[in-house]
Design a protein around this ligand. Sequence first.
Ligand SMILES: *Cc1c(COP(=O)(O)O)cnc(C)c1O
Length: 368
Amino acid sequence: MNVSNSSFRGLGGQIHNFNAGPSILPRSVFEEASKAVLNFNDTGLSILEIGHRTPIFQAVMDETIALVKELMLLDDEHEVLFLHGGASTQFMQVPMNLLDDKETAAFTDTGVWSTKAIKEAKLFGKVEIVCSSKESNFTYIPKDFAVPNDAKYLHITTNNTIYGTQWQKIPKTSNSLVADMSSDIFSRVLEFNSFDLIYAGAQKNMGPAGVNLVVVNKNILGKVKRAIPTIMDYRNHIKEGSMLNTPPVFAVYVCMLTLRWLKAQGGVAAIEKLNNEKAALLYAAIDESPLFTGTVNKEDRSKMNVCFVMNDASLEAPFLQFTKEQGIVGIKGHRLVGGFRASLYNALPISSVQVLKQAMHEFALQYA
Ligand SMILES: *Cc1c(COP(=O)(O)O)cnc(C)c1O
């Protein structure tokens, strides 16, 4: 049975889930995953109680990796790993594997997550911050900056989840490119092979919390002099097919279901078209409204996380209450920005955006 999100009924009626992360996944994925908890593939066993080295789980890992390669159109130089921990673990693991202590990594500073990645990289080598929008509370993506030729890599955060900005154009660089794609992975078509390393915590657009996707060009590994602990060395995970130790089996399984769903939607290009429509609808509602204002530079607006405030801040609490009564959840802004943030991840149906738009319109009729 394929039940869409829009027909999901919570206790109080239909729910429209704009949470920033963990966040909405397709309803059909939840249904299949819950069945697998009770009886996985008609084995009479739960997916939670089988060995990760059994053929039935090996098939899950193989299919998940194959789906990533297919959906991202990866070449044979790029390896796909599913690793423990959130994206925050990659803030450390990336420089540990790629940056020697006398070498420099270049970073773009576009928000809290970039800032945290910078802090960890400094533990392993030198960091040069090549641009920052910190002085404006990260309301834009810097355009003019130079990357030192000898920088080992350039790090970008493709989508800034908290502030609602997104690199619409990936910077051209002769350096190795590393990206945190936690909040826009699989949401738009990019030339993924032009990156040497991509990482993403699963819980925004790909699956449940507890697993990381890492896509790495194997040719960049093995160049640092330091001894890397076994579990931190990407080469060991490549060699063992993401089974160096017990992988987060259930999280990987749910990623597989989500990627199957994405493929059935027509893949990344098809979902990007829908994501563009959803974002255009909501930004138009903000721009047309007498009550609301977007918080970031228009050309850098994120298609995933839409941040906006009310011109009269005293109306924010009543608006939140008004939307709550319509089943709209998860739109309270991050404390560093305030106002509202509506996250429009892949699984959010356009009908939920229409409900939010209508709520904004009706609220304005009462209060504007
Ligand atoms: C959520 C997020 C993170 C942190 O992910 P964890 O899995 O909680 O470590 C890092 N980067 C970006 C861009 C995020 O959106």
